[in-house]
Design a protein around this ligand. Structure first.
Ligand code: FDM
Ligand code: MG
Length: 237
């Protein structure tokens, strides 16, 4: 159909613990979606902002987006354990602000008919902050109004398989105790009424990556077909 009648794109979110394969699956999905008819494949799509390219291009964005001013503050905080500690509430608001920095660009891409793939989003934002001791109900409001996902792919990895995939990195939060709390809080959040209608799907990410990928593509293709005719993007509430 002509460009002016084109349906909007889908907002596809990957969530999960460290080493659950989010970044790998996001890249595989971007490649699969851009194959066959769609004109551009962002070669290393992470962090690549939507531009004025032809409609239909899929992009992968990663949160935190470490390239912005706030993102640099977060990067310093995450990557250096010697960095000045940030109060958990301040931290939470910075992570949220970092999503708001990209909200308009995401919305514009969706409206222009491009699907956007996100590597972490509001769910990580809420769950990591809760794992630092903040209250769930305090953590949600700053993200209200952000573009609402059409599907959330949660990659569920067992601690044993995650451990086999390699040593923990050196960043803050990359330790067994924090990961355990994050896992519990994802479960708690996904059971919460505020997100129960968010089209959240669990994938057994202990399996080899191509098997996981096939299941994700099947689901996402259905989601993209369904959103094409729905009028507008909605927001988190
Ligand atoms: N993280 C990520 C948060 O604490 N809050 C957030 O809102 C987001 C998006 O940042 F430990 C944490 C999760 C992780 C760290 O993420 C960096 P990556 O995906 O490992 O780069
Ligand atoms: Mg990490």
């Amino acid at each position: 159909r002509p460009a002016f009648m084109m349906g909007r794109g889908a907002l596809i979110v990957f969530e999960g613990l460290d080493r659950s394969g989010k970044s790998t699956q996001a890249q595989l999905l971007a490649r699969a979606l851009t194959e066959g008819g769609k004109d551009v494949l962002a070669p290393s799509p992470v962090q690549r902002p939507p531009s004025d390219d032809a409609a239909g291009v899929e992009y992968v964005w990663r949160f935190p987006d470490r390239s912005t001013h706030i993102g640099q503050t977060l990067n310093t905080y995450l990557s250096s354990k010697d960095a000045e500690p940030l109060h958990p509430r301040v931290q939470h608001l910075l992570f949220s602000a970092n999503r708001w920095e990209r909200a308009e660009a995401i919305r514009a891409a969706l409206v222009a008919g491009r699907s956007v793939i996100l590597d972490r989003y509001t769910y990580s934002g809420i769950v990591y902050s809760c794992s630092l001791g903040l209250e769930l109900d305090w953590c949600m409001p700053p993200d209200a109004g952000l573009p609402r996902p059409d599907v959330v792919c949660f990659l569920s990895v067992s601690p044993e398989v995650a451990a086999r995939r390699g040593e923990f990195g050196l960043e803050r939060y990359e330790n067994t105790e924090m990961q355990r709390r994050v896992r519990d809080n994802f479960e708690r959040l996904f059971a919460h009424t505020a997100v129960s209608d968010h089209n959240i799907h669990n994938f057994d990410a202990d399996r080899e990556m191509q098997a996981v990928h096939r299941d994700i593509v099947e689901l996402v293709q259905r989601v993209i077909a369904n959103v094409a005719d729905s009028p507008s993007t909605s927001v988190l509430s």
